[in-house]
Design a binder for this molecule. Structure first.
Ligand SMILES: [Zn+2]
Length: 111
């Protein structure tokens, strides 16, 4: 009887391990996917402060990107992207485009 009980425990443990493994593998798959897309955006040289320290993702698998104009953090799926910059809205994309053109290659803004 004791042997049967140990078998049941063993099977239950094995099932648990398989389940945990499958879950972690799926999570890793999603994380790697978002990391690859987040790595594409780089060089926010004209941002006022260290905006690069942004939280990579608030929700699971959803990268959060800072607006290059106002610094607001938005989900990458909601962001408006242009020239490698992310914006919270089309209005800020247009505003920043005008601003960038006016200060052409001034580099850094006095803070
Ligand atoms: Zn904005």
């Amino acid at each position: 009887m004791g042997k049967l009980l140990s078998w049941v425990v063993l099977i239950a443990l094995a099932w648990l391990v398989i389940r945990l493994f499958a879950i972690s593998q799926r999570r890793r798959e999603r994380a790697g996917d978002s990391a690859a897309s987040a790595g594409a955006s780089g060089g926010t040289s004209t941002s006022r402060r260290e905006a690069s320290d942004a939280p990579d993702r608030a929700l699971e698998g959803e990268p959060i990107v800072p607006c290059a104009h106002c610094g607001l953090f938005v989900p990458a799926s909601d962001a408006v992207r242009e020239d490698g910059f992310d914006y919270c809205s089309p209005a800020h994309r247009d505003a920043d485009r005008v601003q960038r053109r006016s200060r052409s290659r001034d580099g850094r803004a006095p803070s």
